[in-house]
Design a protein around this ligand. Structure first.
Ligand code: MG
Length: 249
């Protein structure tokens, strides 16, 4: 069941999301080679707490971190650890959210660590670009399949693949609500988009094949072929006209 949000609820979500948005903008300023993913996670947790919010992921399903921090061939759900040092040339995906008065925000970005290869930069650019292709259809009168199809078409036209095993979702009083939003699919299929829907659209793409496996820690998903992956996500409100991006400044 898709739960529509009232104006008041959307403003609470916007407040939660404003901290997520500002934090994601700040990360490039503190990210540097030599940092561990645990140090990055602690910085995120401190940022959220300092701004009067709660981290949305910490403890969710037993997840130990504030952020899912996934490096290179890791697609999503990377566990922050002091053993993983970020090196020059790596790409690092940071997926996190905040809770304010019971409402969630959810967003992700992939960042370069120092100078990265042209291929890695293109992978990040296409992940971000595919989100904005999907966003064009996040409007009243379109269906979810239009969003999925636009993302897939753009990613594949750029020579990359769309991860199948992880999808976007509704967001609100729960981190993961209906509907599921695959990053591949058929135009003119799926639920209609209506004002008051709040959704997290989150393309995850790989430079190689889209198959993934989960590592023995039970969380971290990596590409089966160990090609690199990138992730880009925002929390979006469907309105009477243009979509409202809550997690982007
Ligand atoms: Mg999400």
């Amino acid at each position: 069941m898709i739960v529509l949000k009232s104006h008041e609820e959307i403003e609470l979500m916007a407040k939660a999301a404003s901290v997520t948005a500002a934090m994601l903008e700040e990360i490039p300023n503190i990210l540097m080679p030599g940092m561990t993913t645990l140090e990055l996670d602690h910085w995120c947790e401190d940022y959220i707490l300092r701004h009067g919010m709660k981290p949305a992921f910490k403890g969710y399903g037993g997840f130990p971190g504030t952020a899912c921090i996934s490096v290179n061939e890791e697609v999503v759900h990377g566990i922050p650890t002091k053993r993983r040092v970020l090196n020059e040339g790596d790409i690092v995906s940071v997926d996190l959210g905040t809770i304010y008065k019971g409402f969630y925000s959810d967003a992700a970005r992939t960042y370069p660590v120092g100078k990265v290869s042209e291929e890695a930069q293109k992978l990040m650019d296409v992940a971000e670009g595919s989100f904005f292709e999907g966003l064009k259809f996040c409007k009243k009168g379109h269906r979810l399949g239009d969003v999925s199809h636009a993302i897939q078409t753009y990613v594949e036209a750029n020579g990359f693949s769309v991860i199948r095993d992880y999808v976007g979702h509704g967001v609100g009083r729960e981190l993961h609500e209906d509907p599921q939003i695959p990053n591949y699919g058929k135009a003119n299929h799926g639920p209609q988009l209506v004002p008051g829907m709040v959704i997290a659209v989150e393309p995850m793409i790989a430079a190689g094949e889209y198959d993934v496996e989960v590592l023995s820690n039970g969380w971290t998903a990596v590409t089966l072929d160990r090609s690199w992956a990138a992730h880009y996500e925002n929390t979006i409100v469907i309105t009477e006209d243009e979509p409202r991006l809550l997690t982007k400044l």
